[in-house]
Design a protein around this ligand. Structure first.
Ligand code: ADP
Ligand code: MG
Length: 697
């Protein structure tokens, strides 16, 4: 048995009672878990301070001196023990609220002690509560260099398991290891990444011999965490590629050619051409395609999707497109209808509000194969919907769809259709590699020519006069405007009131124009009517909630006003802004907030006014919020927990880990080489009995 699997209770100083506390409080069950319980910070203990030099800026100090007297105050639970401590340059109080008896019995007057802790000022006197205190020993025995600190819980502290005690247990654990801690990575990986051996890394993460050695140890342990995530993903992706046969689209046929010759109103951008080539390569390969298409709002993803769907149809298959909202689905439907007009290709729209009769007709036409293209919402994945031969599926704005929903599309055929997932919320690369790492990724990194970047400004909500004047001028010049109010999930009623008030207010402010309003609670047909009013410019101002966030395309709209912009996340703001700037005219986005803002919000507004680039914004969002919080990542999560590595700061390590994981799987797909046994063991240890996170699409 691997020594790391030794039950924690056998580590000297632990025993059954402490073992159960360690189990419960910090999920430490084995010796290995304890060694992987990493410090959260280090303090330099080479330096000794004098009491007279203590000041407010010091986080931790180390003093050498004597206790001159003890005093106790209070009764029962309120009792506290104070030791007066001096080093000859001044006095400081050492205070204990717990474990008083033990301290009283173990500390002696007039003996030299080293005291370590966090100084604070109370009633004009410096004190340290619950300091580390040890008899002064000869130089050699004193803790040296960087000293590790461990997180502990209240319950641990009550049982004398403070940071220092944890450190002692780790020291004892090392004492049990006769030779060296068994390696957790195979030799080829260690060599390729130039890693410190596992044993040395563990020693140096807990008891750093020097700052450079600590850095090497951190690198090794971070690498390992990221490497196993990548190995898991790469292994699964290669597995699936090897197994899943896909339909072969051999030819470009009459529909795509006709579309290209007669319907395509503009030249494709180079990025669009490249992505179409990538998709064609996949769909001709005989393997099933799983591709994530990222492209900023307005970069022309829909057109790419349409053309790929035509290729599927040219090869005798059906194709469908699934959108997250009814508004978006019906917009796509209209776009497809007009783009395909005259080609003799029927298109149908299927949503939750499609009438029963119409629905039945669609079901039949799908089954008989008469209907080649279906556009819809979730309704499209209901069981009753059966295709004759579905070959290509497009999922628009993927972050609104759960993993399970995506997977259920596969069951519509014996062979899974090719799947293209499109998102305008660019997922930062590090996160994409970690969470969606088994999808191939295509990027449209170029906007169609002639687009002017949206000008974005931030205004405080007291100053509406100038803003209204500006909107008025834009509308007089023939443009249209959106005014968006936030949705506060806790109270839908309040939100609607916000929106209603805003609507009333705007109507009064702009009596000469038509103002329409849109929110998620409206019936689909009502939404449809309002949308049509706006599309045809019968209404010049649309007051709305975020229902218009994704996909809505009215090129004539040039002003986007976002009320209470502080309530929105960065990627949502960027999405909303993407509703304008779709035509040839200069467009504007105005972010409105109160004057008082948190630093974080201020930063968000700054990023929005400075950048139009969705990737920059997504990276910034990741940095501000941390990866766990990004939309679309909550459900999928990150496979194994990261203790040391950080997806924002450690991107270089992540990329290297990915490369090496790919090399390993290339050489040894099933991890059968004896050296690679450790990889299998670690993967299974890490995944425990958890869900197989590789299978997310
Ligand atoms: P996305 O779905 O990526 O946000 P769309 O596909 O809706 O973007 O495209 C936005 C607008 O740009 C649409 O009006 C579309 O017709 C237009 N468009 C797409 N590709 C091009 C191109 N190559 N040149 C000019 N306009 C384009
Ligand atoms: Mg779109």
């Amino acid at each position: 048995m691997n020594i790391l699997q030794t039950d924690i209770k056998f580590v000297p100083g632990v025993g059954p009672k402490r073992a159960s506390i360690l189990n419960k409080e910090i999920e430490v069950f084995t010796l290995g878990d304890l060694l992987r319980y990493y410090p959260y910070r280090y303090v330099d203990r080479t330096r000794m301070y004098y009491i007279h030099e203590i000041d407010n800026s010091m986080v931790y100090i180390q003093l050498k001196g004597r206790i001159t007297a003890f005093e106790t105050f209070g009764e029962g639970r309120k009792r506290r023990l104070v030791a007066h401590f001096t080093d000859g340059t001044g006095f400081i109080d050492l205070i204990w609220f717990q474990g008083i008896k033990f301290i009283e019995n173990s500390l002696k007057l007039n003996q030299e002690y080293i005291v370590f802790g966090k100084p604070s000022l109370f009633n004009n006197r410096w004190n340290i509560a619950h300091p580390d205190i040890d008899p002064y020993e000869s130089e050699g025995d004193r803790p040296e260099g960087l000293f590790a600190f461990y997180n502990t819980t209240e319950n641990m502290k009550r049982n004398y398991l403070n940071s220092k005690a944890v450190q002692k247990l780790i020291h004892n654990a090392f004492g049990m290891i006769r030779e060296r801690v068994p390696e957790s990575l195979p030799p080829d990986v260690i060599a390729a990444a130039h890693l410190m051996p596992f044993h040395d890394a563990l020693e140096n993460i807990h008891f750093p011999k020097s700052p450079p050695l600590l850095r090497d140890a951190e690198f090794r342990l971070k690498f390992e965490e990221l490497f196993y995530i990548q190995l898991n993903i790469v292994r699964y992706a290669s597995d699936r590629k090897a197994k899943l046969k896909g339909f072969v689209f051999e030819k470009v046929g009459k529909y795509l050619n006709a579309f290209y010759a007669t319907k395509l109103p503009f030249e494709l951008t180079n990025a669009q051409k490249r992505v179409i080539r990538e998709i064609r390569r996949d769909t001709a390969s005989g393997k099933q395609m799983n591709r994530l298409l990222q492209g900023d709002v307005g970069s022309g993803k829909t057109l790419v999707a349409l053309m790929c769907m035509l290729i599927a149809i040219d090869n005798g298959f059906q194709a469908c497109l699934m959108a997250p909202t009814e508004i978006l689905a019906s917009q796509h439907y209209e776009t497809f209808r007009s783009m395909l007009d005259g080609l003799g290709l029927p298109v149908a729209l299927l949503t939750g509000s499609t009438r029963k009769k119409e629905r039945e007709k669609i079901h039949q036409a799908l089954q008989s194969g008469e209907l080649p293209i279906l556009i819809g919402t979730h309704a499209l994945i209901e069981d009753v919907v059966q295709f004759q031969n579905l070959g290509f599926v497009v999922i628009d704005e993927q972050h609104r769809f759960g993993v399970a929903q995506r997977a259920s599309l596969w069951s519509k055929n014996d062979r899974p259709p090719h799947v293209l997932v499109m998102t305008a919320t660019p997922i930062p690369r590090t996160l994409a590699m970690t969470v969606y790492g088994d999808l191939d990724v295509s990027v449209i990194d170029e906007l169609p020519p002639g687009r002017k970047p949206v000008q974005t400004v931030h205004r405080f909500d007291k100053k509406r006069g100038a803003l209204f004047q500006f909107i008025r001028e834009q509308i007089r010049a023939g443009r249209q405007a959106y005014i968006v109010y936030p949705l506060i999930e806790e109270s839908e009623k309040m939100d609607l009131k916000n929106l209603e008030d805003g609507f009333k207010h705007i109507r009064e402010a702009f009596p000469e124009f038509t103002v329409c309003k849109m929110h998620g609670r409206m019936k689909p047909t009502e939404k449809e009517d309002v949308m049509q009013q706006f599309i045809t410019n019968k209404a010049q101002i649309m007051v709305s909630t975020t229902v218009i966030e994704v996909g809505v395309n009215v090129p004539n709209a040039s002003v986007m006003v976002i009320e209470s912009a502080q309530r929105f996340g960065l990627s949502q703001l960027h999405q909303l802004r993407g509703r304008v700037g779709r035509g040839a005219d200069q467009s504007y986005c105005i972010l409105i907030t109160p004057y008082e803002l948190s630093a974080n919000t201020r930063k968000r507004m700054e990023i929005m006014t400075e950048s139009n680039d969705g990737f920059v914004i997504a990276e910034a969002d990741l940095k501000l919020r941390g990866p766990g919080d990004l939309e679309g990542t909550q459900q999928s999560g990150i496979p194994f927990s990261l203790k040391l590595a950080d997806l924002v700061r450690d991107t270089d390590i992540l990329f290297r880990a990915r490369e090496i994981a790919e090399e390993v799987i290339d050489k040894d797909p099933a991890l059968e080489h004896p050296d690679h046994l450790v990889l299998k063991q670690e993967l299974s240890r890490l995944s425990g009995n958890r869900y197989d996170w590789g299978r997310i699409s």
